[in-house]
Design a protein around this ligand. Structure first.
Ligand SMILES: Cc1cc2nc3c(=O)[nH]c(=O)nc-3n(C[C@H](O)[C@H](O)[C@H](O)COP(=O)(O)OP(=O)(O)OC[C@H]3O[C@@H](n4cnc5c(N)ncnc54)[C@H](O)[C@@H]3O)c2cc1C
Length: 317
């Protein structure tokens, strides 16, 4: 079976969950080959990639790869595509992954599909558009299919691969080095999972009522081991930081479970969460549009419902 290249997303040597998802998807369609871009690969990271099916691990360990923002990663992949002729290239549909995908498509004269939520036989990608109202099946018809898949689109499943390491030396063009990273500032990381990677997201909207009241949302999130999200109404009001906004102009999430509390379900909010596997809405208005999308709905005051739910979950632990 042909190789499918998977660009590894990692932070300080720790492989992100989305990469394990991509390896799982790649395994169903070909032979997964992980591509590690930059220095710092550890024995642990290699073991993790092999555990999830990487038959090969291409390692381009030069500092240059990470010192010049995104362009070098696209050049690295383009050079691998030229030499290895893979059946497809999978990247995470993160901001960086999508930029890499676009640049790679230009370099290899190939078609690109972004924001896929599924991938099947013949590299037919599923995309969910217009507030989840329409499912699109798309296939690349030119060059090497380059597909950016959203985090949480598939459940990662371990199945050991050989994990054979192969060093790759990449020659970067001057254009790829045009922008340089001058500083990296480590963000304080909370105990909660990262919003776009979380398997469960609990979001609050205008119905939460104030910044202080967001502790109710956080309480439920912590009981579930979930990330906290917010509607734009809540972030614009200054009740929760903008980095947690879910929607068209915020983050796109695709968790196994999305709980929307005090959120009406405007199309711009849906755009960021409609591909969640299970959606639970808590809203005091039975006519709220979010109920059209929800798998389960509770009509009630979130200030009563959410604390009760939190207590019940804590009791079961
Ligand atoms: C270009 C553009 C981009 C946008 N991008 C985004 C985006 O990225 N993300 C986003 O979220 N929005 C976005 N919006 C805004 C979007 O249109 C909505 O205004 C916003 O999503 C509404 O947020 P909300 O549901 O929290 O508030 P509302 O629409 O005001 O809904 C509040 C809901 O809470 C319920 N409620 C009130 N009190 C309670 C209570 N005590 N218990 C239970 N339920 C209660 C109400 O019944 C209501 O349904 C964008 C808009 C535009 C024009």
């Amino acid at each position: 079976m042909s190789e499918i290249l998977v660009l590894v997303e990692q932070v300080e040597g720790e492989v992100k969950k989305v990469t394990l998802e991509l390896l799982t998807l790649a395994r169903s369609l070909g032979t997964p080959a992980a591509v590690w871009a930059g220095p710092g690969i550890t024995a642990e990271a290699k073991a993790r990639l092999a555990e999830y099916g990487a038959e090969k691990i291409y390692v381009a360990a030069g500092d240059d790869i990470v010192d010049h923002v995104v362009a070098p990663k696209a050049e690295l992949l383009a050079q691998l595509v030229a030499v290895k002729s893979p059946a497809a290239v999978l990247v995470a549909a993160t901001a960086e992954g999508k930029e890499v995908a676009g640049r790679l498509a230009v370099k290899t004269d190939s078609g690109v599909i972004t924001d896929a939520v599924g991938l099947g036989e013949g590299f037919v990608a599923d995309q969910s558009i217009f507030g989840g109202g329409i499912n699109v099946h798309a296939r690349v018809r030119r060059g090497t299919p380059i597909i950016a898949v959203r985090p949480n689109s598939t459940a990662p499943e371990a199945a050991a691969g050989a994990g054979a390491e192969e060093e790759v030396s990449v020659t970067l063009s001057d254009a790829a080095k045009a922008a340089r990273v001058v500083e990296r500032v480590k963000q304080e990381k909370g105990a909660r999972p990262e919003l776009t990677e979380a398997a469960i997201v609990v979001s609050g909207g205008r119905g939460v009522g104030s910044a202080e009241n967001f502790s109710v949302i956080e309480g439920l999130a912590d009981a579930l081991g979930a990330a906290v999200g917010a509607s734009r109404a809540a972030t614009d009001a200054g009740w929760y930081p903008h980095q947690f906004q879910v929607g068209q102009t915020g983050k796109t999430v695709s968790p196994q479970l999305y709980i929307a509390a005090g959120i009406s379900g405007a199309i711009q909010h849906r755009a960021g969460m409609q591909t969640a596997k299970t959606i639970v809405a808590i809203n005091k208005d039975p006519e709220a549009p979010i109920f059209e999308l929800a798998d389960y709905g509770v009509v009630g005051d979130l200030h009563q419902v959410v604390p009760q739910l939190t207590e019940e979950i804590k009791k079961r632990k």
